[in-house]
Design a protein around this ligand. Sequence first.
Ligand SMILES: NC(=O)c1ccc[n+]([C@@H]2O[C@H](COP(=O)([O-])OP(=O)(O)OC[C@H]3O[C@@H](n4cnc5c(N)ncnc54)[C@H](OP(=O)(O)O)[C@@H]3O)[C@@H](O)[C@H]2O)c1
Length: 258
Amino acid sequence: MPNTRWTIVTGASSGIGAEIARQFSAIGHNLVLVARRREKMEALAAELTAADRGFVEIVELDLAEPDAPAKLHAQVTQMGLGVHTLVNNAGFGLRGEFVDLGLEEQVTMIELNVTALTRLSRLFLPDLIKRGQGGILNVSSLAAFQAGPHMAVYHATKAYVLSLSEALHEEAKPFGVTVTALCPGATESEFGARAGMEGSRLFSRARMDAARVAKIGVEAYRAGHAVSTPGTRNKLVKALGRVLPRSVMRKAAGEMVG
Ligand SMILES: NC(=O)c1ccc[n+]([C@@H]2O[C@H](COP(=O)([O-])OP(=O)(O)OC[C@H]3O[C@@H](n4cnc5c(N)ncnc54)[C@H](OP(=O)(O)O)[C@@H]3O)[C@@H](O)[C@H]2O)c1
């Protein structure tokens, strides 16, 4: 019988998103890959279809554009794809002082990490609720658990993603739909270079493998968890945040990045 489960993965052209796509493909989902770099998504699609892993559609979109989420929803609806899972993974960070980083690039970060994720969730959640299964996997960050000097806006965007996801988890649960926030710590991907973090203390330590992060996140989502924090060290940092004052946690976060 042909597969009827479609999973949309934003930011599927590299890093954690590409690995999440591989995970869903391995469990038999068809995929809609979304990002700006078509050639990278084509290479991933070729890999997955060569392995006879179902159908893969590619949608080249800049999700920081205000009308991009609606375009994606319209395209997927028009194609008649039965969306089972939405993965809001596309995102980026910027290291630097709030007053030194450009206003527009920080606002673009909010538009991608927060606004596009919110628009896509609002557009697709009613369909998922009607379907009565599946859900949304939102990629937040360990950064969500404390304020982050020298990465102030990035931490704030990820705190928003965590909070929204936890609330939607409760709202969607009665309908058989799961919303999960995945909160990775430093992970091997293009993120560090894009954020200007390569020389930071945080990124000079061992980073988690993106495939491992993706596997843990997808398993947590399929198990119906609200929040998933991959890795023992990251779990410890999260636990420390429950016992130490926020002033201590934010200073420590700043020292890791500054
Ligand atoms: N790596 C870490 O240490 C870490 C830790 C915690 C959380 N995270 C989060 O994990 C998520 C994935 O990041 P990653 O580590 O895998 O980094 P990555 O390798 O840089 O991947 C980011 C993905 O987002 C896409 N993207 C960026 N801007 C976009 C835009 N305007 N429109 C559409 N797609 C866009 C990129 O594709 P294109 O460039 O082709 O558009 C790429 O596929 C992000 O939300 C990030 O905040 C990462």
